[in-house]
Design a protein around this ligand. Structure first.
Ligand code: FMN
Length: 376
C-alpha cells in the first residue's frame, strides 16, 4: 500500500491534479445541483455502529460468497464507460486489477476495449453490463458476451435518457472531445495525461466500431440513438429469454421494482442511483436496502457513494451481498494507472478488515443489523 495516499479521497485529489478539468469533471460530477451526489455520502451517517466488545477478533475474514464463488472481499468494480480517457487501456487495467485481487469486474456497454478484447486480455470471471438499448442491438451485444465467455449480464435500467450533468455541459464535454481553447490550455497544464493521450489516440466506443461506424462520433450517435426509454417488464423478460446465465438488474431504488425484476426472471438486483449522475435528489440505495432485502429472496448488491471500508461494512450489515465501486477505483486508475487501482482495492480491503476488528465481528459472513443503529 502507498504510504502517502491513505484513503480514497487522497486518490481523488491526485486524479484532480492529473486530469484536465473536462475529464476530471466527467469522472467526478453528478446531475444538476449535485445534491444527490452529496447525499449518497451523507446517507451513511444515518447509521452508527454499535461495537460488540469482549469478542475474539484476532483472526478476521473479509471474503464472501456470491453465486457460488468465494471472492476475496465484499466489493466489485462497477461498470463505467470511457475509462481510457482516464488512462490508456483503462478497461483492461481495471479488469486485470480486479482479477489479481480476486473480486468481480463489470465491463460497460460504453467501454473502450471491446467485449472480446477484455475477455482475451484479462483473467478472472467477466460480467457484462448492457444499457437498455433497442432489441436488435441488445441481441447482438448479448450474443457477443455469451460467445466471449461472460458469466453474468447486468442490465442498467436508469439510463433510458441521459442525466443532466451540468459540469459536462459547461465544459463542452462531448465524444469525441472538442479541441476547445480551455481543453488545449488544460492539456498543457497536465502534460503527463496529455502525453499518454496523444500516444494512444482518441479512445473508441469499441463495442460499436464497425465499417460504417469508423469515427467515435458515429459510434456515440449509434449508442444514443439506440437507447430505449420505453424499456419495461416485457423488454426485461425478452432479455431473460436470450441470456441463459445470471442476470442482474442495476439502477433499482424502490422495493416493489426489485420484486418486478425478480418476477421477470432476474437473479438479483443492484440498488443504485448511478452515483448521483442521473436523477438529482434520489434516495440513496443504502436507504432502501434493508426493505429490498426483506422483500426478495435473491442477492441484493448496492452502489453509489461508497468511499470507505466502513460504508461497505454498513451495507453488508443491512443485508447487501456485495457492494460495487464506481468512482473509488476510477480515482485510482486516473491517478496511477493499474497500480492506483491495485492500491485503492488494497486500502479498502484494509479498511473493511479494520472496521470488522473495531466493531468486534470476526468475519464479513457474520455481519448483521445488530452491529448498527439508525440515528435519524
Ligand atoms: C465516469 C462514470 C461512468 C459510468 N458509466 C457507467 C456505465 O457505462 N454503465 C453503468 O451501468 N453505470 C455507469 N456508471 C455508474 C456506475 O456503474 C456506478 O453505478 C456508480 O459510479 C456508483 O457510484 P460511485 O461512483 O459513487 O461509487 C458510471 C459512473 C461513472 C462515475
Amino acid at each position: 500500500m502507498n504510504s502517502r495516499r491513505v484513503n480514497v479521497e487522497d486518490y481523488r485529489r491526485l486524479a484532480r491534479k492529473t486530469l484536465p478539468r473536462v475529464i476530471f469533471d466527467y469522472l467526478d460530477g453528478g446531475a444538476e445541483d449535485e445534491k444527490g451526489l452529496a447525499h449518497n455520502r451523507n446517507a451513511f451517517d444515518q447509521w452508527r455502529f454499535t461495537p460488540h466488545r469482549l469478542t475474539d477478533v484476532s483472526q478476521r475474514d473479509i471474503s464472501t460468497s456470491l453465486f457460488g464463488t468465494r471472492w476475496s472481499a465484499p466489493f466489485a468494480i462497477a461498470p463505467t464507460g470511457f475509462n481510457s480517457a482516464l488512462w490508456p487501456d483503462g478497461d483492461i487495467k481495471l479488469a486485470s486489477a480486479a482479477a489479481s485481487a480476486g473480486i468481480p469486474f463489470i465491463l460497460s456497454t460504453a467501454s473502450n476495449a471491446s467485449i472480446e478484447e477484455v475477455a482475451r486480455c484479462a483473467e478472472g470471471e467477466k460480467w457484462f453490463q448492457l444499457y437498455v438499448v433497442q432489441q436488435q442491438l441488445a441481441e447482438k451485444l448479448v450474443m457477443r458476451a455469451l460467445k466471449a465467455g461472460y458469466t453474468t449480464l447486468i442490465v442498467t435500467v436508469d439510463v433510458g435518457v441521459n442525466g443532466n450533468r451540468e459540469r459536462d455541459r459547461h465544459n463542452q464535454f462531448s465524444l469525441p472531445l472538442k479541441s476547445t481553447p480551455s481543453l488545449i490550455l488544460s492539456g498543457c497544464l497536465h502534460p503527463s495525461w496529455t502525453l499518454r493521450f496523444l500516444q494512444n489516440g482518441m479512445p473508441q466506443l469499441a463495442n460499436f466500431v464497425s465499417t460504417e461506424n469508423g469515427s467515435l462520433q458515429a459510434q456515440a450517435a449509434v449508442m444514443s440513438r439506440q437507447m430505449d426509454a420505453g424499456f419495461n417488464p416485457n423488454s426485461l423478460k425478452r432479455l431473460r429469454e436470450l441470456w441463459p446465465y445470471r442476470l442482474l438488474v442495476k439502477g433499482i431504488i424502490r422495493p416493489e421494482d426489485a420484486e418486478v425484476c425478480i418476477s421477470c426472471g432476474a437473479d438479483g438486483v443492484i440498488l443504485s442511483n448511478h452515483g448521483g449522475r442521473q436523477l438529482d435528489g434520489s434516495l440513496a440505495p443504502i436507504e432502501t436496502l434493508a426493505e429490498v432485502v426483506a422483500r426478495i429472496d435473491r442477492p441484493v448488491l448496492a452502489d453509489s457513494g461508497f468511499r470507505r471500508g466502513s460504508d461497505i461494512v454498513k451495507a453488508i450489515c443491512l443485508g447487501a451481498d456485495m457492494v460495487l465501486l464506481g468512482r473509488a477505483t476510477l480515482y485510482g486508475l486516473a491517478a496511477r494507472g493499474q497500480q492506483g487501482v491495485d492500491e485503492v482495492i488494497a486500502l479498502l480491503k484494509a479498511e473493511v478488515d479494520c472496521t470488522l476488528a473495531q466493531i468486534g465481528c470476526p468475519a464479513v459472513d457474520e455481519l448483521s443489523a445488530a452491529y448498527l443503529r439508525r440515528v435519524s
